[in-house]
Design a protein. Structure first.
Ligand code: ADP
Length: 255
């Protein structure tokens, strides 16, 4: 694990379901930490649905080799965020990755051992939804380095129930849980400032209380954020300047 020797903290971002904003929040947390002066890397282990290259507008980037291994891609707007994703290794960005478990495990091992991360305060690991080969590989390969996991949910019961499974997974794998974030938690009306709870309310917070783990905060629904991610325009600006920014910084403070 020489390539990880200089990485101080590894934070794994998990969710029970897809579409709850795990990748978006991984990027926002990475940028939030960077804004606080930390050196940060972002590892996307969602092998079948890598979205980090698109979110960061790095879809055309490829990985280069050096004597020590793979050189991560650096985010175009700010050279200090190093990023690794299978998306950078595909011939065509829309190529599907149809792999069985052992191949996925080998790929993740390579991400951990062969990428020259250098000196980092934080390595944020964005995972696919659920608890599958990718998650087991991350735990197996990074066990000693993992600082903890952040669990992302939306507020409604059906998503929260899945987070409980992630929590059990962490406990069984002896991964410390840093806390739960409730994303898409209410929409603040631009006209009357009333908070509309589109997807129910408070499920993540309740679960945190019930399970005696920290609640890291709520992040509101922001149509501008969704729209910019959708259009592939000014994504970074949207991630950094959207209404969700303060909420994400609050999450980071609570870590
Ligand atoms: P996951 O990684 O959990 O599958 P994504 O990060 O890809 O989820 O987010 C799914 C969709 O939800 C994306 O279109 C993203 O722009 C949008 N999204 C995520 N968080 C928010 C938010 N707080 N407000 C509005 N849209 C959001």
């Amino acid at each position: 694990m020489e390539n990880l020797n200089l990485v101080k903290n590894v934070i794994v971002v998990l969710s029970g379901k897809g579409g709850v904003g795990k990748s978006t929040l991984s990027v926002q947390i990475a940028y939030g930490l960077k804004a606080l002066g930390k050196t940060v890397g972002l590892l996307d282990v969602d092998l079948c649905g890598p979205s980090i290259p698109k979110l960061l507008n790095l879809e055309d980037c490829t990985v280069h080799q050096c004597d020590q291994g793979w050189v991560p891609v650096y985010s175009s707007q700010d050279k200090q965020l190093s990023v690794m994703s299978i998306g950078f290794l595909l011939k065509h960005k829309d190529d599907p990755v149809i792999w069985r478990g052992p191949k996925k495990t080998a790929m993740i091992k390579q991400f951990v051992t062969d990428v020259c991360w250098g000196e980092l305060d934080y390595l944020i690991v964005d995972t696919p939804p659920g608890t599958s080969d990718e998650h087991l590989s991350v735990i197996e390969n990074l066990r000693k380095q993992i600082t903890g996991a952040i669990l992302i949910t939306t507020p409604q019961n059906v998503a929260v129930a899945d987070v409980l499974r992630e929590l059990t997974f962490c406990r069984k794998g002896s991964v410390p849980v840093l806390g739960i974030v409730e994303n898409m938690s209410g929409y603040i009306c631009q006209n009357c400032s009333e908070c509309i709870h589109v997807f129910s309310k408070g499920g993540g917070e309740e679960l945190a209380k019930q399970e005696n783990i920290p609640f890291l905060g709520q992040v509101p629904l922001d149509p501008n954020l969704a729209m910019c991610c959708e259009n592939g325009e000014s994504i970074l600006d949207a991630l950094v300047h959207s209404n969700t920014k303060d909420a994400v910084l609050n999450v980071i403070e609570n870590l």
